[in-house]
Design a protein around this ligand. Structure first.
Ligand code: 6R9
Length: 571
């Protein structure tokens, strides 16, 4: 096989001449697929669900296949319309209004999707949180967003510091609980009473619908604010990049706590009227292959870290399953190694299509379309209607093959519209009309983009962004830890793992037990994916004269690289 270039196959984006579509495409064309450009009435949940439920040909089509080790369920577009209406009525009854923040902290389940869509139907802003979050992570996000309501499960409730959150008025509990009182709403009891009809709150395209918290290199996680207008991008990329057709069975493996789990685990498939598979439970190669086979998945969107795990489980396992329904596979979150693409060609007999985008971009921007020849190792080309470039630090475009800041001409439909309560942070993303991604890359002569790395210290572990600052802050809360510096260390399976350098307070000495205790402390306080896999005790942590931890230097030490400019290093 020629790994330099893998040839095209046809898809919905059936223009072999990419350049022509690129130049002629205008986002206004995407609007004509929705009724709001004539009625002026818009709500992304209506477009994703109710619109299909009102169509006699689609009303009884399965919208959601939920599959977990202990639960199997199929819901039609009509079912989802009704359950989300019920939840919207519950929210209304308890005083939720347009633009209020309602957060979700629970595993994927049919209830999650009814609640998520119900929140959007009342015009409120949904804030999905990973169920793996521990108290500090939950607290930071609810505090910053000033959420007035939270949907969670009785099990997870103990990680919610309800009494310390003055804005949080009510908690909806999904599942049996002894928790009683005004502030607690029993999901199942109230849903039973609630009407299945609801007058959707019509909003403006620029009204908010979603807050996704994501990590930066400094400070607490930031609330990335998205608006209903994003649907244009979710719809169109769903059609041309995911290549969705109405009879597809689509599986996006991402959790809705991550932007991939909302943009492409909720919106793109349903806006395209496609059956969406959600799998609960943990990762295991056997169970994932079994899911692909049993559910007859046709389009599959996952991440390099998962593909690498499947790859290391070996090709013999794949042969035990019938994966002939699978026709299109995509990846996001980290660089997709050519080695993994080669594995896909051999084990799945399919190309794995890389897609590049971010929480802040709300939707795919640089992609390997089905219709594009693929260069393994490249992220592909900009989506039609998107202008991407490589710029220097002054905002000037660089010629091909020069490395620089990967930048996108602002705006585009799914671009974030704010960083919650931090306008100066939002402004800092833009330069000369370009959105600066924080990634470095170059573009080749044929217009393919090649990812090089993050320009800041943000760590990408198994596709999840972890801010070093958040981990360092948690580490120094431990009584034994004096100072901490946290970096991403390259790892063949996870992309990067978290490595922490710490100094100990007087009276503590290094031991296996102590290091394990500190690790557990971060795990319990923040989340499992933020806990350092490696901890190393140092005498000092290198800092700049202005007191900033020099993570770059820690990384050079770790990797045995030259230390570069250390002129700002504190004496
Ligand atoms: C959707 C998502 C964004 C960061 C991004 C970049 C990395 C994402 C990638 C990729 C190489 C790809 N990233 N896709 N790196 N190739 N195809 O992942 O959002 O969690 O905000 O992460 O992830 O560094 O800047 P988010």
């Amino acid at each position: 096989m020629n790994m330099q270039r893998i040839e095209t196959k046809s898809g919905n984006f059936n223009m072999n001449n990419y350049g022509e579509t690129y130049q002629n495409f205008n986002w206004d064309e995407a609007k004509s697929n929705f009724s709001w450009h004539t009625t002026g009435k818009v709500n992304i949940a209506y477009e994703a669900i109710d619109r299909h439920a009102e169509n006699p040909d689609k009303a009884d089509q399965t919208a959601l296949i939920y599959s977990a080790p202990d639960r199997e369920e199929k819901l039609t577009f009509t079912d989802l319309k009704q359950s989300s209406n019920q939840f919207a009525n519950v929210l209304k009854k308890h005083g939720v209004e347009k633009e209020d923040r309602v957060f979700l902290f629970m595993p994927r389940s049919p209830e999650f999707y009814a609640a998520f869509l119900g929140i959007l139907k009342v015009g409120a802003i949904a804030g999905p949180l990973f169920e793996a979050f521990m108290e500090q992570a939950v607290r930071d996000r609810l505090e910053d967003s000033e959420a007035s309501m939270l949907v969670t499960t009785p099990d997870l409730l103990e990680r919610v510091p309800f009494n310390d959150l003055p804005h949080l008025k009510k908690v909806v509990l999904v599942g049996e609980s002894d928790q009683k009182g005004e502030a607690y709403i029993d999901y199942h009891a109230e849903m039973k009473e609630a009407s299945k009809s609801f007058d959707v709150e019509w909003v403006d395209l620029e009204d908010g619908m979603l807050l996704h918290y994501t990590s930066g290199s400094t400070g607490k996680p930031k609330g990335v604010y998205h608006v209903h207008n994003a649907m244009l991008q979710h719809y169109q990329t769903g059609k041309w990049v995911l290549d969705l057709k109405e009879d597809d069975i689509y599986w996006c493996t991402a959790d809705p706590g991550w932007v991939t789990g909302t943009s492409y685990g909720i919106f793109a498939p349903w806006l395209n009227g496609v059956t969406n598979l959600v799998r609960g439970g943990r990762f295991s190669p056997e169970q994932w292959y079994e899911t692909l086979q049993e559910k007859e998945v046709t389009v599959w969107y996952s991440a390099p870290t998962a593909f690498r795990k499947l790859m290391s489980a070996g090709e013999d396992i794949v042969k035990e399953y019938n994966l002939t329904n699978l026709r299109h596979v995509l990846s996001v979150g980290e660089p997709l190694n050519p080695e993994v693409i080669a594995w896909g060609m051999s084990a799945l007999e399919l190309r794995i299509h890389d897609t590049w985008w971010m929480t802040e971009t709300g939707g795919q921007l640089i992609c390997n379309f089905p219709a594009l020849d693929m260069k393994p190792g490249s992220m592909g080309k900009p989506f039609p209607g998107i202008v991407a470039s490589i710029i220097d630090n002054e905002g000037n475009e660089l010629p091909p093959n020069q490395m620089g800041n990967l930048a996108i001409k602002a705006p585009w439909p799914s671009m974030m519209r704010a960083i919650w309560k931090r306008p100066e942070k939002y402004e800092s993303y833009f330069l000369n009309g370009w959105y600066i991604s924080g990634d470095s890359a170059y573009k080749d002569e044929e217009g393919y983009f090649w990812f090089q790395g993050r320009l800041d210290d943000v760590i990408n572990t198994s596709g999840e962004r972890v801010g070093p600052f958040e981990v360092e802050s948690k580490l120094i809360e431990h009584p034994a830890v004096s100072e901490a510096g946290v970096i991403g260390k390259p790892d063949p399976e996870r992309g990067e793992i978290i490595k922490a350098f710490i100094t100990l307070n007087d009276g503590y000495s290094e031991s296996e037990e102590l290091l394990e205790e500190i690790r557990q402390f971060v795990k319990k306080g923040l989340s499992a994916h933020a806990a350092p896999r490696e901890l190393e005790v140092k005498d000092t942590i290198p800092k700049t004269r202005s007191g900033k931890i020099m993570r770059r230097l820690l990384k050079s030490w770790e990797l045995g690289l030259p230390t570069g400019d250390v002129s700002t290093l504190e004496e």
